[in-house]
Ligand binder design. Sequence first.
Ligand code: LIP
Length: 260
Amino acid sequence: MNESEAKRRYDAACAIGREAGELARRMFEAREANTFVMKGHQDYLTEADGAVERLITGRINELFPDDFVLGEEGGGAIGENTWIIDPIDGTANFARGIPHFCVSIGFVSGGIRTAGIIANPMADEFYAARRGGGATLNGKPMKISGITDIRQSTVELGWSSRLPMSDYIAMVQRVTDTGAGFLRRGSGALALADVAAGRIDGYAELHINSWDIAAGLLLVEEAGGWGNDFFAGEGMTRGNPVLACVPALRAVLSKTTDIA
Ligand code: LIP
């Protein structure tokens, strides 16, 4: 994709992301307590997931009718130019009234993460990145932390019911045995945004979906961090393990999470 077309996608992602973030905020503030359904074990679905995804998909189809769209709720297809959408990442938090969720929009061209935004409306934080153009938080350049000692680090370790809890607990034990601190806050996208902003030093999950990471991995890479080859194999459609971190901790985190 040429530079001007990539810039059009980036600008559109920013505009659509801001609009979607405000819709998510309005629906969060207007929701009735505990109005949600379960897609599966500990897998929540709210009215906002569908409404926000429909808004985003509609805007993309208007602007770029030949692009492909893959969304968490609506599904879709992948192609040369594909938008990958998580309308509400951190749905469990949204459903229970915890203001830790975001809208994530990634754009991938020729298998390369090209543009991405994450809108965190409850914190008034908007993250954006363009391949080769750096990463910003509320319009200001952001960069990963300078942490080089695992014993001073904080790492977020994502969890879902897609894999046995025993695998997760074993990973937490291996990582924390190095002296690292750990978090689990229920939004992989916001965890990746915090790595890019230098607030934490790594994020790993043994299985996660492409819509959770398509924007966040680009944020980390453009902020000076490292991310695994998540799209290898069928990663875009079936998910994969994810590891993103400051380069100085790549070896120890790759070993202890068993994610290359
Ligand atoms: C979430 C991911 C998170 C994972 C959660 C959940 P959702 O996505 O972002 O990393 O640990 O279990 O899958 O369902 O909130 O869009």
